[in-house]
Design a protein around this ligand. Structure first.
Ligand code: ADP
Ligand code: MG
Length: 256
């Protein structure tokens, strides 16, 4: 059965200010949706709210997946339900190797046997990690490095893609995965995303620029402005925006 992630009339405030003002979006497994829009539109707010960040106060609306309102689940329950988020600004954790971090993440999300469970056996995890690193063409030495410490922008993004590959989420939300990457890093990261695209996974790609959409082809493009989707279309919308910019769209939205 194909799952959908359905966001209905989502309203979210940050520090008392309403940022998302009735957001609606439906993403099915197998679909790639790009969310574009000027800075300050609420794109990251959407990602944080879906993840369950405590600073983002849900004022109204629902987010359905497999008959469950995700907003009623804790952040770790959302991850177990199959939601994955990659954030714009990942943090470094000195002293924790990639491999150990990833094993802990897999156990937390997929282990699920609770108390007393030792989680996935090391040998099995190693095999899985090697398979995913091969799939994503990541060098073996990567797993021995400390998480995000001294990582280049591109390496941080690859670490996130590797984490996503291991967690095998139903829905992945990537917030400006393209930001700060040079063209070579962008290509590598895009290849990683494309390797994980498939009928069993839905993507929300948040991006300010259409550049990454040259490499990862969206089925749908949405423009967010002032906490709402003001326009939706196919991949051609991203190309139009590259030429026209957001200004005319915003004027039309303000006038209506
Ligand atoms: P985008 O990702 O589209 O650039 P954001 O969701 O980051 O937009 O921001 C939308 C609005 O919410 C902005 O006005 C921003 O100042 C505010 N905002 C977002 N996150 C926070 C936060 N953690 N603390 C205070 N204000 C925030
Ligand atoms: Mg943002």
């Amino acid at each position: 059965m194909t799952s959908s992630l359905v966001i209905k009339d989502l309203r979210v405030s940050v520090e008392g200010k309403l940022i998302l003002k009735g957001l609606n979006l439906e993403v099915k497994q197998g679909e790639i949706h790009a969310i574009m829009g000027p800075n300050g539109s609420g794109k990251s707010t959407m990602a944080y709210a879906l993840a369950g960040h405590p600073k983002y106060e849900v004022e109204g609306g629902e987010v359905w997946m497999d008959g469950v309102n995700l907003l009623e689940l804790s952040p770790d329950e959302r991850a177990k339900a199959g939601l994955f988020l990659a954030f714009q600004y990942p943090t470094a954790i000195p002293g924790i190797s990639m491999a150990n971090f990833l094993r802990a993440a897999v156990n937390a999300v997929k282990g699920g046997n609770g108390n007393g469970s030792k989680g996935i056996p090391i040998v099995q995890f190693r095999k899985m990690l090697n398979e995913k690193m091969e799939l994503l063409k990541i060098d073996k030495s990567f797993a021995r490095r400390y998480l995000n410490e001294g990582f280049s922008g591109g390496e941080k993004k690859r670490a996130e893609i590797l984490q996503m590959a291991l967690l095998e989420p139903k829905f992945a939300i990537l917030d400006e995965t393209d930001s700060g990457l040079d063209i070579d890093a962008l290509r590598v990261v895009s290849e990683g995303i494309n390797a994980l695209v498939g009928p069993e996974r839905g993507f929300i790609l948040i991006t300010h620029y259409q550049r990454i959409l040259n490499y990862v082809k969206p089925h749908f493009v949405h423009v967010m402005y002032d906490g709402q989707i003001i326009k939706s279309g196919g991949p051609e919308l991203a190309h139009e925006l590259e030429v026209t910019g957001y200004d005319d769209l915003i004027k039309d939205a303000a006038a209506s």
